[in-house]
Ligand binder design. Sequence first.
Ligand code: G1P
Length: 287
Amino acid sequence: MRARTAVIPAAGMGTRFLPATKAVPKELLPIIDTPALQLIIDEAAGAGFDHVVVVTSHAKPAIEAYFEPNPEVIAKLRSTGRGALADSLERTARDVRVTFAYQDEALGLGHAVGCARDAVGDEPFAVMLPDEIMGDSSLLAQMADVSEATGGSVVGLKHVPRDEVSSYGVIDPVGDLDEHGVVRVRTLVEKPAVDDAPSDLIIIGRYLLTPDVFDKIARVRPGAGGEIQLTDALRMQADEGPFHGVLRDVRRYDTGNPLGWLTAVVDLALDDPRIGDAFRDWLQHRL
Ligand code: G1P
């Protein structure tokens, strides 16, 4: 069965973006003019997903407000000749159904995913961390293909310098990547010491998971950082059956901190047909 639902954990407090995140959830900070959360939903839609579960917290009402229909704005846009913008606002609500689950305590990524259990049901699903923005939907689509073909879970991968592995989940690969960038995963470990890391292949914020992961999350005890780690539930899956990683040459931005966010905005602005040329001229002059 092919996954159709994508879970987006978005309940965090966004402390790395204070003071902005006192009032605006970090998932709604704009990349040029579009909230990061919207870009994640667009990526899911582009990979064929038609249901998104946003795991939010009751302390972040702006997340739900973003998805409220706004007929007055749409009517105003249409009456002032901005129909294309009105169409794009309406399209999201039509192509992708958005539902909400709640995580009101910061108990970790595994816990956040567990909060989406009822909304997902007994089907394979994606997890998309909204701190990471991809240039296109190709990685997620390939991961869904691999999961459908193998019947197991799949994680997105990236090589990092050895001294950075301790910030991530790290996989232990079985052999080399094949010509499609796919590798079988023997096991996974969350935030290992550099000397203990089984490879330099880290898990990035894209997962395609089979639904048995929910029972495993329920069995996970607090791990790295005292949190319920998703990686620990994934290790139980890898112990039992097929588990793969996919490395793909796709643009990726880590927007979870101010420098990464700014890098994404500048890079995407340079490619934006509406403002790219003017922005490049200004930037060249400035530098
Ligand atoms: C989480 C996961 C980690 C993964 C990372 C990717 O860590 O626990 O396995 O490598 O996302 O961004 P966090 O960034 O929440 O510490």
